[in-house]
Design a protein around this ligand. Structure first.
Ligand code: BTN
Length: 330
């Protein structure tokens, strides 16, 4: 027996919501012997859990790990009735690369890769993504969408908007979307997204959507060069989050956002909600392109996700890609 039973055991404790659970009821519900339950709890104790045992009452979950734990994450997903095909790695180079390897091996989609730590986490334009085991979430969602590549133009923007709305609701924060692929709080980056796809001439072959979301890290933990630019949900909300519970809810939200996109049920919400969460509204911005910078007044995005700028000469110019910086507000 592997992680599944550990997840079922932990799901029984989560269902009890801090109350006692008898060893025999866990054994009955999960189909393992009482001795096996006892052994499991002992092993979980070595992994950051603590259980209080009281005669005639049973066990009570007292402490959970602060880091991502595969069985606890799976237990939360079970409780949320989310049938995620989850690949958990304590450490990997990049969850996007791991997802690509699994796709190449023919792994059934959709699936999710979550890592405790990435040794070569990557961002857009060849940048690195800070991925120490610092209480954050790094994950990739892999798909084989039966769609033409042009249909995916707004995919990452939609996933960003959906994540922003879900995180704001779940965590009581007020993140904004910064075109094209970032979530910001107070002008600092809390999440970045990287979608990588392979296609034949007319159809997408597969797609990997990767997201790094800073949940419990604090500014001091970030590398010096990104320190002034980065933040986390902990800093935005002023509290520490239950990492596994939060990660599970975000996985559910990401899967739903993805389904809505693939089923073409997203356009109205995308059009109506993007302006409400848009970090660039009313700002003068600079778009960095490979051949130079262009500044102008931000006019929003169009239906295809293209950024619209009014240049100083009054002419409107549109950008399908690029990096955006904001002029400091006085
Ligand atoms: C960016 O802001 O430039 C995008 C950052 C994307 C980081 C995530 S972390 C999970 C996934 N694996 C990676 O190597 N990158 C993405």
């Amino acid at each position: 027996m592997g992680e599944v039973s550990d997840a079922e055991i932990l799901a029984a404790f989560l269902a009890a919501d801090g109350d006692y659970v008898s060893g025999s009821s866990i054994a009955e519900d999960t189909g393992v012997s009482r001795a096996a339950v006892w052994g499991r709890l002992d092993r979980l104790r070595t992994e950051g859990f603590s259980f209080e045992a009281v005669r005639n009452k049973g066990y009570r979950l007292e402490t959970i790990p602060e880091v991502l734990h595969p069985a606890l994450l799976a237990a939360h997903l079970l409780r949320l009735a989310c049938p995620a095909n989850l690949h958990f790695l304590a450490e990997t180079d990049s969850t996007n690369s791991e997802a690509e390897r699994l796709l190449a091996q023919g792994e059934h989609t959709p699936f999710v890769v979550v890592a405790g730590k990435q040794t070569a986490g990557r961002g857009r334009r060849g940048r690195a993504w800070f991925s120490e085991n610092a209480g954050n979430l790094t994950l990739s969602l892999a798909l084989r969408p039966q769609l033409p590549p042009a249909r995916m133009q707004t995919f990452t923007l939609w996933m960003g908007l959906s994540t922003c709305m879900a995180v704001n609701d779940l965590c009581g924060v007020s993140l904004k979307v910064k075109w094209p692929n970032d979530l910001h709080w107070d002008g600092k980056k809390v999440a970045g997204m990287l979608t990588e796809a392979r296609s034949d001439s007319e159809m997408l072959r597969d797609l990997v959507f990767g997201i790094g979301l800073n949940i419990n890290s604090v500014t001091d933990q970030f590398p010096e060069e990104v320190r002034p630019l980065a933040s986390s949900l902990r800093e935005a909300a002023g509290k520490v989050f239950d990492l596994n519970a939060t990660a599970a809810k975000i996985i559910v939200a990401l899967q739903k956002a993805c389904d809505d996109f693939l089923e073409d049920r997203y356009r109205e919400t995308f059009r109506e909600e993007w302006p409400k969460f848009d970090a660039l509204v009313g700002r003068t911005v600079t778009v960095s392109l490979t051949d130079g910078d262009i500044s102008g007044e931000y006019l929003g995005i169009d239906e295809t996700g293209t950024l619209r700028l009014r240049l100083p000469d009054g002419v409107e110019q549109r950008f399908a890609a690029g990096d955006v910086t904001l002029r400091k507000q006085k």
